[in-house]
Design a protein around this ligand. Structure first.
Ligand code: GLU
Length: 410
């Protein structure tokens, strides 16, 4: 069986660092096994959908140099890789679960659910999920109400007792008590599947063998296992990667203001430095080497070397690493070319203090000389212009400080 891994980002806004992180680990693992790495855009949550975001996620992968074997830009016959275009398929599997007695229609309105949930909270019930009221409806009554046009969701008829065990490659067996699990919605009132149903149907149909994803999804996995079982499908291997934390110890989150991948790109972080840094988040090279490429990672990666504690993403360390790439990994010519491309990309968008891109700035010998001189003095490409304005202008105003003679130290 061909090893197949995937990332399944939801297009809700700025491309996440977490998506880049998952893309790295998923693509490295697939490549190590001569397998496939696919990108599926999970856009069935129409309330959070952001039209531009999908292209930005795919552009991010291009920038990082991570090339999926299949994606919305590279359909291979097992797609479409845009989940909303597969809603008909998801509906047919929801019906299959319904017919197998593994799911049921629930007709409660959101308002009714809200009232009952609040009452359960007030009673301090330990279980605050759906109270399973419509699980008791006969199939005839359910069919009749649906035929009469009453709105409904389809919910998973999850087992009420016993346990569901998630075999996680990194964590061993993680046991969940079924009594604590909710009858999750599989198909919403708008006819769109939820993430749970859509992801499992698509993973199966796309041949995904290894689900490598963030730890936050571990608690959804029992539901996912129950869906797969209901459809008579084998489980993939589950691998839930450790948390990425931000400096304050909280989960790294762009919603809380941690930089997105586009922010790093704008700052002038090199894609290979970002990948190298993400490679150090929870994993390390056997020889302890800090500078390594994706190819090095492919050669040496093992799950045994992944530590579960959670890794702190330190922007200062990433900048330092980026500086090392500028000074030690790339040649002077490469740095000049990168800088030139970077400045051209952000030329219309430079800080106001710098004005427009200097007309004299070209990819020429003069530029190369300035770059050679400045490379040891910058960590990110974005610092370059601010530190070199006098190279691009004849009438650069000299400040008093700049013309004050300072006695050199002896
Ligand atoms: N759409 C989910 C996300 O945004 C995918 C989670 C998974 O990998 O199963 O991260």
């Amino acid at each position: 069986m061909t090893v197949t891994t995937r990332i399944a980002p939801s297009p809700t806004g700025d491309p996440h660092v977490g998506t880049a992180y998952q893309a790295l680990y998923n693509s490295v693992f697939a490549a190590q096994h001569f397998g496939r790495f696919i990108v599926r855009i999970e856009d069935t949550d129409r309330a959070r959908y952001n039209a531009a975001s999908e292209g930005r996620i795919l552009d991010m992968l291009d920038w990082l140099g991570i090339v999926p074997n299949a994606s919305p830009r590279r359909e291979d016959g097992l797609g479409p890789y845009i989940q909303s275009q597969r809603a008909e398929l998801h509906r047919s599997y929801a019906t299959q679960l319904l017919d197998a007695g593994r799911a049921y229609r629930a007709f409660d309105t959101p308002e009714e659910l809200d009232i009952r949930r609040k009452a359960a909270e007030a009673r301090k019930d330990s279980y605050l999920g759906y109270d399973r009221r419509d699980r008791a409806l006969s199939r005839e009554e359910s069919d009749a109400r649906a035929a009469a046009g009453e709105a409904f969701v389809i919910r998973l008829a999850a087992p009420l007792d016993g346990q569901t065990v998630v075999r996680d490659r990194l964590r061993g067996d993680v046991t969940f008590q079924n009594a604590e699990l909710d009858d999750k919605v599989l198909l919403k009132r708008d006819g769109f599947p939820t993430y749970h149903l859509a992801a499992m149907v698509d993973d199966h149909l796309m041949g995904v063998t290894h689900v490598i994803r963030a730890e936050e999804w571990l608690t959804s996995t029992p539901t996912h296992i129950q869906i797969l079982e209901g459809l008579g499908w084998a489980q993939p291997e589950w691998i839930h990667t450790p948390w990425l934390l931000s400096a304050g110890g909280k989960k790294y989150s762009k919603r809380r203001g941690d930089p997105s991948v586009e922010d790093f790109r704008r700052m002038g972080i090199l894609p290979e430095a970002l990948l190298n840094y993400l490679g150090m988040m929870g994993w390390s090279m056997p020889n302890g080497e800090e500078i390594f490429s994706v190819q090095d990672m492919m050669q040496h990666f093992t799950w045994e070397r992944v530590s579960l504690g959670g890794s702190t993403f330190d922007v200062a360390k990433l900048r330092w690493l980026n500086g090392k790439y500028l000074r030690e990994v790339l040649s002077q010519e490469q740095v000049a070319a990168r800088l030139h491309a970077y400045l051209a990309e952000y030329s219309g968008n430079l800080p106001a203090t710098l004005g427009n891109l200097p007309a004299t700035l070209g990819n020429d010998a003069y530029f190369a000389q300035v770059v050679a001189m400045m490379t040891p003095r910058i960590e990110v490409l974005g610092e370059f212009l601010g530190k070199t304005p006098y190279f691009w202008s004849e009438d650069y105003p000299l400040t008093d400080k700049a013309v004050t003679w300072v006695e050199p130290p002896r």
